[in-house]
Design a binder for this molecule. Structure first.
Ligand SMILES: NC(=O)C1=CN([C@@H]2O[C@H](COP(=O)(O)OP(=O)(O)OC[C@H]3O[C@@H](n4cnc5c(N)ncnc54)[C@H](OP(=O)(O)O)[C@@H]3O)[C@@H](O)[C@H]2O)C=CC1
Ligand SMILES: O=C([O-])CC(=O)C(=O)O
Length: 263
């Protein structure tokens, strides 16, 4: 598969290393990196040279490339800006899943993808248990879902905290509006289950925590479910759990398989 990449941060550079340098997924290769900002030219050019792919500075050129999939690992704003045009040309993997909290945008993206025979892949990111939530929801056997995220205080606030503080309590769509770099998991959970207006979220800034801990509780006709994941942070971005990038590799790994385990 020829892959196009948007985002050269902790996830983007990890993918370049694993896929192009280490060839962890022999059937996949990142063939182009895209960034139209003038200020990014030197970095994108250097990365393209290092990882033997092409640096592309115009969206039109990027979309004309022979790409089977474009991976967005940048920001919600980037996802909002480019996704709808991307799915008119090729498949899209979104990691800034929070963009889909805007239901008008999400419906339009789905419509454009469908009309053009493309898929939108949403990895499980920094959480697990979406298989359970999806299975419970498919026949309406899911009544409540709550996510409690505990992150190092400095990932969530500029203020110095001496003790832990609940910085958000409410629904998932408000969580992502307030914490666009920390609550993508809340929207992934919403999409798997009850939607962003019915998924409860609590975010705790913890001055002692060094890991990103997500606790999911759900119940309904299926039974009760609880899972806690204690994520190591990415080496280059403490806000982002390392598992997020691994979950993208996992989607790529499954994409061409004949026997696929649901996740
Ligand atoms: N779904 C999930 O479970 C999770 C999702 N995420 C989300 O994944 C995304 C990527 O995370 P991560 O790699 O850690 O973030 P980083 O901040 O490390 O990297 C983001 C990259 O996007 C680049 N970028 C910003 N604007 C543009 C633009 N207009 N065009 C092209 N590139 C751009 C940035 O470049 P520059 O620095 O030069 O501006 C940077 O290289 C984020 O949105 C994050 O919130 C994170 C964790 C979990
Ligand atoms: O990486 C994490 O632990 C969660 C995160 O930032 C997000 O969902 O945006």
């Amino acid at each position: 598969m020829n892959i196009g990449l948007i985002g050269k941060g902790s996830i983007g550079t990890f993918l370049l290393k694993k896929i192009n340098e280490e060839q962890l997924l022999p059937n996949h290769r990142i063939t182009a990196i895209f960034d139209e900002r003038e200020s990014s030219r030197p970095t994108i050019t250097a990365l393209a040279e290092q990882y033997r792919c092409e640096a592309v500075f115009a969206l039109k050129t990027f979309l004309e490339k022979d790409l089977d999939l474009i991976i967005e690992c940048a920001t919600i704003d980037v996802a909002r800006k480019y996704s709808r045009r991307i799915v008119k040309h090729t498949n899209l993997l979104l990691i800034s899943i929070g963009v889909l909290a805007d239901t008008y945008f999400a419906d339009e993206l789905e419509k454009f993808a469908k009309e053009n025979g493309q898929k939108v892949f949403l990895p499980s990111g920094a959480i697990g248990g979406l298989d359970v939530i999806k299975a419970a929801q498919v026949a309406g056997e899911l009544d409540s879902v709550t996510l409690t995220s505990r992150k190092p205080a400095k990932a969530l606030t500029d203020k110095t905290l001496l003790e832990e503080k609940i910085v958000f309590e409410g629904f998932a769509d408000d969580a992502i509006a307030k914490f666009p770099k920390n609550a993508n998991v809340a929207i992934a959970l919403s999409l798997a289950g009850l939607g962003a207006r019915k998924t409860n979220v609590k975010i705790i800034a913890d001055p002692i925590a060094t890991k990103n801990i997500h606790h999911i509780e759900a119940e309904g006709g299926f039974g009760q479910f609880e899972v806690t994941i204690t994520n190591n942070p990415s080496p280059d971005n403490a806000k982002t759990s390392y598992l997020t990038a691994l979950s993208i590799l996992s989607v790529l790994h499954s994409i061409e398989k004949t026997v696929v385990i649901n996740s």
